[in-house]
Design a protein around this ligand. Structure first.
Ligand code: 4NP
Length: 161
């Protein structure tokens, strides 16, 4: 079976999207279906290219058992929109930036917002935690845990595994 290829995208690729990547990888590993997935993350901007995830984000994530290992890189529109099946942004600005970067209509159809998969209806975006305090990082993880469950449910319904 063809892998489902997912790219999570935020602004800097050091807080939200590396966390989404780790939460989703952990979920598919727990369910024993990791081989059916390729999961990566990227940023709209290249300001943090080559850097590991933000130390505050890492600290909050590890408490919940998620090790953030990704290295920041910007979206490579020519490659990423062809290679990945789903390109998932964290907030409305990410979505409009991705729409601008998408090379064609087929590419635009691959763009989703993370909270579209969140079932509680409590969240409309994954808020940028960069300039805030501890609570912002915890909220990112709360939203991502819920939305990744919803995303996996959505994919399972499509693929029937
Ligand atoms: P992220 O957080 O988009 O969740 O990785 C941010 C990281 C860096 C910046 C903003 C948000 N920045 O302005 O450098």
């Amino acid at each position: 079976m063809d892998k489902t290829r997912i790219l999570f995208v935020c602004l800097g690729n050091i807080c939200r999207s590396p966390s989404a990547e780790a939460v989703m990888k952990s979920l598919v590993q727990k369910e024993g279906i990791a081989d059916f997935f390729e999961i990566d993350s990227a940023g709209i901007i290249d300001a943090h290219e080559g850097e590991p995830a933000d130390a505050r984000m890492k600290r909050h994530a590890i408490i919940r058992g998620y090790q953030l290992t990704s290295i920041s890189r910007p979206v490579n529109a020519a490659h990423d929109f062809r290679h990945f099946d789903m390109i998932i942004g964290m907030d409305d600005q990410n979505i409009s930036d991705l729409m601008r970067l998408a090379p064609d209509e087929t590419a635009k159809k691959k763009i989703f917002k993370m909270t579209d998969f969140s079932h509680s209806g409590h969240y409309g975006i994954v808020p940028d935690p960069y300039y805030g305090g501890d609570q912002g990082f915890e909220m990112v993880l709360d939203i991502l845990e819920e939305a990744c469950e919803g995303l996996l449910h959505h994919i399972k319904n499509q693929h029937k595994y």
